[in-house]
Ligand binder design. Structure first.
Ligand SMILES: CC(C)(COP(=O)(O)OP(=O)(O)OC[C@H]1O[C@@H](n2cnc3c(N)ncnc32)[C@H](O)[C@@H]1OP(=O)(O)O)[C@@H](O)C(=O)NCCC(=O)NCCS
Length: 190
């Protein structure tokens, strides 16, 4: 059945390996365009190009026609214990139409479908300067069953898709804060 949204026909969502060049280029383009805007520069980091060579990395992309208008990436951590979702971005002209929520839901479904048992999935949500979370991002993750586990201060120790940061909790020095959101599948646990 065709779904309709305020922006027209609902976009199609597809998940592939990040090794697919066209998908990775579309992913980079969506993020690069968002990063032209100062508001988005506070919320998103440019993706690490090494993600493309990360064997566990997947990209979930939203398309309207041939145009990619939204993305989220996933990869398994170094020990294979956690799957991370990262770089949730919807093109500025397509926001507020439910695409962010669909991207998170589809990426989670892809992770579940590919693992032996549904994995524990983690994501970080930026906390803004006034202490409030990035509401749109938080809403998209909470709707997919994530709970906020902790507020964290990222401390970069290793650049790369398999381990980019160590996380300190209880940051109180005004440094950029993130909230750690975790989705623990029913019947599963850490
Ligand atoms: C986060 C983002 C991907 C959400 O995409 P989206 O397609 O606009 O989101 P949706 O339309 O699915 O809406 C998701 C929820 O956010 C809410 N929302 C959307 N825009 C919002 C805004 N500006 N302020 C507060 N809430 C907002 C919606 O109401 C919805 O919640 P609800 O269903 O409970 O009402 C998009 O805003 C974005 O690309 N932001 C910049 C990049 C970013 O912040 N990425 C996340 C990094 S952690």
């Amino acid at each position: 059945m065709t779904q309709h949204t305020p922006g027209g026909i609902a976009p199609r969502i597809e998940t592939t390996t990040a090794a697919k060049p066209a998908a990775f280029q579309a992913f980079q383009r969506i993020v690069a365009e968002a990063l032209l805007h100062p508001d988005d520069q506070r919320l998103v980091l440019a993706p690490d190009p090494a993600l493309q060579a990360e064997p566990t990395a997947r990209l979930t992309l939203a398309y309207r026609g041939q145009e990619a208008i939204g993305c989220i990436a996933s990869f398994r951590d170094r020990n294979g214990c956690l799957t991370w979702l990262t770089t949730l971005v919807v093109a500025r002209t397509a926001r507020g139409q439910g695409i962010g929520k669909r991207l998170v839901a589809e990426a989670v479904a892809d992770c579940d479908a590919r693992a032996w048992v549904p994995p524990v999935i983690a994501a970080t949500i930026r906390i803004l300067e006034d202490g409030t979370p990035n509401h749109a991002s938080a809403a998209a993750f909470l709707a997919a069953g994530f709970v906020v586990a902790s507020r964290l201060r990222p401390r970069i120790v290793d650049i790369g898709p398999r381990g980019a940061a160590l996380w300190d909790s209880a940051a109180d020095d005004g440094s950029i804060l993130q909230a750690l959101a975790i989705r623990v599948p029913a019947g599963g646990g850490l």
